[in-house]
Design a protein around this ligand. Structure first.
Ligand SMILES: *[C@@H]1O[C@H](CO)[C@@H](O)[C@H](O)[C@H]1NC(C)=O
Length: 147
């Protein structure tokens, strides 16, 4: 048991960290993990999370399917992640300083349309992938962090 379970007011430094974290385009904090991302095209329905229900799809079209590493036996459904492209096989593939927030709606191993490559940490919608990388790339290396 931790002795620090009680709530304490945030210090000015913690507030500053919090505000900086909200600014878009900054590198993610040290809580971020490294992984890989592919992309997948429409049709996106049905999904492993919500079957034929289209209502969980964000109007931004920033959504993704979870690979085995983060699927968590289905608990990943609805989770949101900040994702940033950090590198790819072809230099210049990543769009600099672009961090997006995506919502998990599907399981990467059973998507209706197959991903550009299999076995990645995450499989992003074409819109999501193209927001942080050259949309013709088949996979990228990412930094990601659950929101
Ligand atoms: C995207 O990648 C393709 C293939 O490498 C390249 O021909 C194209 O110029 C790139 N587009 C941009 C905007 O960098």
């Amino acid at each position: 048991m931790s002795t620090n379970d009680h709530h304490q007011p945030l210090s000015p430094l913690q507030w500053l960290s919090f505000l900086l974290f909200l600014l878009p385009g900054l590198p993610l904090t040290s809580r971020a993990d490294l992984g890989t991302a592919a992309r997948y095209p429409p049709p996106y329905l049905p999904t492993a999370c919500y079957r034929n229900d289209p209502t969980p799809f964000p109007t931004s079209n920033l959504f993704a399917a979870a690979g085995d590493g983060i699927w968590d036996n289905g608990a990943a459904c609805g989770r949101q992640y900040l994702v940033r492209c950090i590198s790819a096989a072809t230099p210049g593939t990543c769009k600099p300083d672009q961090t997006i927030q995506i919502r998990i709606l599907d399981y990467g191993l059973v998507t209706t349309s197959p991903p550009s490559v299999s076995g990645t940490t995450i499989v992003m919608s074409e819109t999501a992938f193209g927001s942080i990388a050259n949309s013709t790339a088949s996979s990228i290396n990412i930094e990601f962090q659950q929101v």
